[in-house]
Design a protein around this ligand. Structure first.
Ligand code: FPP
Length: 253
């Protein structure tokens, strides 16, 4: 992975719109959409788009590491994606396994900590094995945290947190009126990460699709009219430059 480049070089690579290295978003979340449409446009099967999307993801991880982003969270498979044709679901599961098998060593060498966020219950044993191996290998790494949301749903995540709080109430260790936002946050799957500062969605659609519903409360949203397999470093820079031009008020004036 390349070392952090000079600010001057960053400006050139970003096509002239400067990125302030002192204000890089700490946490970037991405809805990697448009794989299917990318493939369709080329007369290829949808799954070819997913495979092409892996290259975009790899480059994006490299860039985020390079820019010293602290956390990158990507949406790879939603709980709703089980409703896709069985062949596509199987492909996505085996793609995750393949990607982990092939890439985890390089991620580890680059100090990336990999975490898979989502329900584990209905994943095949072979997928679970790859996930636990990758997480264990990279657990002590101190560089970029790469959260791969897989079998993830934002509403389900909030429901699980409510159930956990409900159990604490039932056990008498918590008063219902004592429940705070911080307590609910502490029961979410991303409890160890600050909320995303920037949410990027590729593919041009203006929705959040059940992604990080709680955590994106104050995220800046950047929708890009480019399919995920066509996502390149300049798109990431564009999103960051746009983010840096916004005024974040967090509900205040
Ligand atoms: C959405 O595009 C994309 C997905 C459901 C899968 C995302 C997966 C990757 C980018 C590959 C990396 C994967 C792993 C397992 C690490 P879509 O299929 O909804 O596209 P469409 O909106 O054009 O139909």
């Amino acid at each position: 992975m390349p070392k952090v480049r000079s600010r001057q070089e960053k400006q050139i690579r970003n096509n002239g719109s400067a990125i302030d290295m002192a204000r890089i978003p700490k946490h970037i979340a991405i809805i990697m959409d448009g794989n299917g449409r990318w493939a369709k446009k080329r007369g290829l099967p949808r799954v070819t788009g997913h495979r092409a999307g892996v290259s975009s993801l790899k480059e994006c991880v490299r860039q985020c590491s390079d820019l010293q982003v602290e956390v990158l969270t990507v949406y790879a498979f939603s709980t709703e994606n089980w409703g896709r044709p069985v062949s596509e679901v199987k492909y996505l599961l085996s793609l995750l396994e393949e990607v982990f098998e092939r890439e985890v060593r390089e991620l580890h060498e680059n100090n990336v900590r990999v975490k898979v966020i989502g329900k584990r219950e209905n994943l095949p044993a072979s997928t679970l094995l790859r996930i636990t191996e990758a997480e264990a290998l990279t657990a002590q790494n101190t560089g970029l945290v790469l959260n791969i949301c897989f079998n993830y749903g934002g509403r389900a995540e909030i429901v699980e947190a409510c159930k956990a709080l409900g159990r604490e109430v039932k056990a008498g260790v918590l008063e219902p009126d004592g429940i705070t936002e911080a307590m609910l946050s502490d029961h979410l799957l991303l409890k160890d990460c600050a909320d995303p500062d920037l949410l990027i969605r590729t593919g041009g659609e203006m929705r959040v699709s059940n992604f990080l519903l709680w955590q994106i409360a104050y995220a800046e949203i950047f929708v890009l009219d480019v399919f995920w397999p066509d996502f390149r470093p300049e798109h990431l820079y564009k999103a960051i430059a746009d983010y840096q031009g916004r005024q974040r008020r967090f509900g205040k004036v």
